[in-house]
Design a binder for this molecule. Structure first.
Ligand SMILES: [Zn+2]
Length: 375
């Protein structure tokens, strides 16, 4: 290329000679030179483009920059431990093109710019079934089903009061109307009142009309007895259909409360020590413990069981308090962490096989005569 340019320069000196430039040869030479320039210049242009690129070192490639507030994806994998002195795999260069295959969803994180507020996500109020709760502290809920019972519930209330423990009572409607003064004491002493149907049937065997009646009658009876409305229900035997639990939530606002700790206190032969051992062996933070205050052996097991749980550092809450603690926890985590928090999937409802059901779980409500109609 340099030779061509020098040749053109030389002929240009000749063209500067007046005699030469005015001659016919000179004019033809100028035309020839213009043609030669037209042919050569594209080559010069290509050489100009290629030369810097070939000479530029790869390491000087500019890093991509994002405007303020832009969203980028970074790996969720925590920073690895320092590599050995001779790492086998070099660190990836920023100049390497991003592969077409996207990262797995769980490894994608949203980098929040400094001036961008963290997203506020509503608590999972759509969650309407609980077997236990995700809580950040050793908080548990103990629940008592099938009462109230005139022989055992009052002495249980004494035990709870002596330890300043708040519990949740899932009560049967026909027992509520029989012993309303016990229901009132339960509520007055700060425990949570909850619905356990009117006559303890297998709800999955009922049509919608009977299902509604079982829960609405009990709901009304509890309000009449103590002035407080239940917020939750527990289906007898833990058996409830998917559409039924949605129906109940829509009609009464109830959450379906199941359990993750079952000491089998209803099973014969009943044994207080076994009840205590099973509860202590299976309780963990966020547990919902299932027991029945219609059985003397269960209430007999409570002093040692409650004292052991307190000694292990557990704090007792009502079911509503435990659920609220979970909602606050999830909301806080979402609001402070850059990563989305996966919602806990709805638990599978443990349906107790009919063959294992006790023949009679509910204490007979002797004085009640009218409730049998329509049940
Ligand atoms: Zn029950």
């Amino acid at each position: 290329m340099a030779i061509v340019l020098w040749t053109l320069w030389f002929f240009d000196i000749l063209a500067g000679n007046a005699a030469f430039s005015c001659s016919t040869v000179g004019v033809n030479f100028r035309l020839f030179r213009l043609s030669l320039l037209a042919a050569v210049m594209p080559l010069v242009a290509v050489a100009d483009i290629q030369l810097p690129a070939a000479a530029a070192p790869a390491t000087t490639a500019a890093k991509p920059t994002l405007p303020p507030g832009a969203i980028s994806t970074v790996s969720a994998t925590p920073a690895p431990a320092p590599m050995p002195a001779t790492p086998e795999v070099p660190a990836p260069s920023l100049a390497v093109a991003v592969p077409a295959t996207p990262e797995p969803p769980l490894e994608i994180r949203r980098a929040i710019a400094v001036d961008e507020k963290a997203p506020l996500v509503s608590p999972p109020v759509s969650k309407i079934v609980f077997t236990r709760c995700e809580v950040p502290a050793p908080v548990i809920a103990i629940t008592f089903d099938d009462g109230p019972n005139p022989d055992h519930t009052p002495r249980l209330l004494d035990m709870l009061k002596a330890r300043n423990i708040k519990a949740t009572f899932f009560m049967v409607g026909r027992c509520v109307v029989t012993w309303p003064h016990i229901v009132k004491r339960i509520a007055d002493e700060g425990h949570e009142v909850a619905n356990h149907s009117w006559s303890h049937p297998l709800l999955t065997s009922l049509g919608n009309t009977s299902l509604d009646s079982q829960l609405q009658k009990t709901h009304d009876a509890i309000i009449k007895a103590c002035g407080k409305a239940p917020m939750h229900y527990r289906p007898p035997y833990g058996a409830i259909g998917m559409s039924q639990r949605k129906r109940i939530h829509e009609k009464l606002g109830y959450s379906t409360i199941l359990w993750d700790v079952d000491p089998l206190d209803w099973k014969t032969p009943r044994n207080s020590k076994k009840v205590e051992e099973r509860i202590l062996a299976n309780t963990k933070s966020g547990s919902i413990i299932l027991t029945h205050d219609i059985h003397g052996t269960t209430v007999d097991a409570m002093p040692a069981t409650l004292d052991a749980l307190i000694a292990r550092g557990y704090q007792f809450a009502t079911v509503s308090q435990l659920i609220e603690l979970e909602r606050e926890t999830v909301s806080t985590v979402v609001a402070t962490a850059p990563a989305p928090v996966p919602l806990t999937p709805e638990p599978t409802i443990p349906v107790v096989p009919m063959s294992t059901l006790p023949p009679e779980t509910v204490a007979p409500a002797k004085p009640v005569k009218a409730e049998s109609a329509g049940e």
